[in-house]
Design a protein around this ligand. Structure first.
Ligand SMILES: [Zn+2]
Length: 234
């Protein structure tokens, strides 16, 4: 199955929070995308692997993902090694995305940093014909765009998610075990406070304001972005 885009996240709610609006926009525009989680998020203070798998499936349905793959790497053990690199190469070759989305290179959680490096390396290595792993042919995505999580950066570009804001919020809230839920008996975390959701929504609004739209998601890329025409400039 060929997909237009593949979004990678270290933990099962990372993609939703960081580029869920962009993925929803792709789906509305008929561009098929997939989601790839490195881990099951089993080291999280709230929920467990089984609960989080169910929530991830529901969030993927809300965003309109064709597939949601879990690489099955242990949470908090995303190591920079050959075995993990090959897992990423194989999933890129299988789905042949034009674009991959992944965490930005500098992050508070080491899992995010390592996920960044593995995806960045795999985007290159997956294109090497003589690198024979698994059953899929060599393939290199055209673009790698890195999304914002805890640490901020000067964005290379923004995606207008004004029409996708509600869908994005619903996909985040599908992770019921992780975010604010007054009926949960799990210990409180930074993410589960009402203030965290307020912060997330405020940041989307802030980036929208900076970009001249209502809500936006920021991305960074090491290579310049070429614009084909001005039709979609808002
Ligand atoms: Zn994460």
């Amino acid at each position: 199955m060929k997909l237009f885009a593949l979004a990678f996240g270290a933990h099962p709610d990372d993609i939703e929070m960081s580029c869920g609006g962009t993925l929803s926009m792709l789906h509305r525009n008929g561009k098929p995308f997939g989601m790839v989680d490195f881990t099951r998020g089993e080291m999280g203070t709230r929920g467990n692997a089984a609960i989080r798998a169910r929530e991830a499936k529901e969030a993927a349905r809300i965003l309109g993902a064709e597939v949601r793959v879990n690489l099955g790497i242990s949470d908090s053990h995303i190591e920079l090694n050959r075995a993990n690199l090959i897992k990423v190469v194989e999933v890129i070759r299988k789905y042949q995305p034009e674009i991959v989305f992944a965490p930005y290179r500098e992050e508070r959680h080491p899992d995010h940093v390592h996920a960044h490096q593995l995806v960045s390396d795999a985007v290159f290595y997956s294109g090497l014909r003589k690198l024979k792993v698994g059953k899929f042919q060599a393939y290199r995505p055209k673009h790698a765009y890195y999304y914002m999580q805890h640490r901020t950066f000067e964005p290379s570009f923004y995606i207008d998610i004004s029409h996708d804001y509600d869908t994005k919020v619903a996909s985040i809230q599908a992770h019921k075990s992780q975010f604010f839920n007054p009926s949960s008996k799990d210990p409180q975390t930074m993410l589960s406070t009402p203030e965290f959701m307020e912060y997330l929504l405020g940041r989307m609004r802030y980036h929208g304001r900076v970009a001249g739209v209502r809500y936006a998601e920021p991305f960074w890329t090491p290579e310049p972005v070429a614009i084909m025409n001005f039709d979609s400039i808002v």
